[in-house]
Design a protein. Sequence first.
Length: 95
Amino acid sequence: MTRQRGLFRRASRARAEGRLVTLIRKPGCHLCDDAQAVVERVCADLGAEWEQKDITQDPDLHRKYWEQIPVVLVDGEQHDFWRVREDRLRAALTR
């Protein structure tokens, strides 16, 4: 890794620290599993926190998102649904 690239990675990580990604999912959902893999990878790389919520355990989340799962929120705001793009999530966390 070049020095410049290393500086960019550290700066991106610093901007992402303290951010929270929420994955709203349900058991047995293959798209949810795919989304979780992306969320885990990006958050680990950038130092962002992440959590998951089960739509079957929360009536409010079910009412709001049942047609869109998996849903990804960044700092409480809806970011993506159905398919989570790694490049788009990285960009959102490092802005």
